[in-house]
Design a protein around this ligand. Structure first.
Ligand code: URA
Length: 232
């Protein structure tokens, strides 16, 4: 059981004050009857109507964003624009955050959610959820790099888990990781004296960046898409 004003404020952009006003004006109904007090308790089964519209209750929100360059993967930042500035205002009253970081100059697939458990599961190396990146470097991709990635690149602080590097063109390849260390791909190529020129995440689990989602755009993920990212 939860207070109705809490339920509504979590699911809509209305503030508690606005909800109180609506309650006063009998604009909020539970199972067909006007609610009289903001502290009224409701269950998940109760049918809530606001201004004659049924409140579609969703436990968590999952959004896919095509991240452009120039935005940091944080909920707030003093100096930079954050990816949350690209998300529709209607979700900002929830405690949403980026599930996993991309560097400021990295583009592509990013999940924004308020589900901490889900975020943990897709990021934990133990769950083996793959992340695929399209990468362009400044020198040709070599067999040594491909073999090295397969074995596990040794960085200064530790050794990466085995990764896959597939050469697509001379300087363009696909990298598949199941972990996400700080600047990982840049540092992995750095071991071979290569500099990453472009980096785009194109896949998480079996879910690919939707072709029609332009840079800077975001939308809600369908249930089917969610299970492609991670199946419990
Ligand atoms: N590896 C990097 O170096 N940067 C990213 O943004 C993601 C993976």
């Amino acid at each position: 059981m939860q207070r109705i004003d809490k339920v509504i404020s979590e699911q809509t952009p209305y503030t508690r004050k606005q909800i109180k006003e609506k309650i006063k004006k009998h604009q909020i109904l539970v199972n067909g009857k006007p609610v009289l007090k903001p502290e009224t308790k409701v269950t998940e089964e109760d049918k809530i109507m606001i201004d004659n519209e049924v409140l579609k209750r969703q436990k968590n929100v999952y959004l896919v964003l095509n991240k452009p360059k120039g935005y940091v993967s944080a909920t707030e930042d003093k100096n930079d624009h954050t990816v949350l500035e690209l998300i529709s205002k209607e979700y900002l009253h929830r405690n949403i955050f980026p599930a996993g970081r991309l560097d400021k100059d990295t583009t592509g697939l990013m999940i924004i959610t308020d589900d901490g458990m889900f975020s943990h599961e897709i990021l934990s190396p133990k769950k083996h959820v793959k992340k695929v990146y399209k990468v362009t470097i400044d020198i040709p991709i070599t067999e040594e790099m491909i073999e090295g990635f397969k074995e596990g690149v040794k960085l200064k602080d530790n050794t990466c888990k085995p990764a896959k590097l597939e050469k697509q063109r001379e300087k363009v390849g696909l990298v598949t990781l199941t972990e996400g260390r700080y600047h990982q791909i840049k540092r992995m190529f750095g071991v071979y004296k290569a500099k990453v020129v472009e980096l785009q995440r194109i896949q998480i689990g079996d879910f690919s960046l939707p072709k029609n989602l332009k840079e800077g755009e975001s939308r809600v993920l369908t249930k089917e898409e969610l299970t492609k990212i991670y199946r419990k």
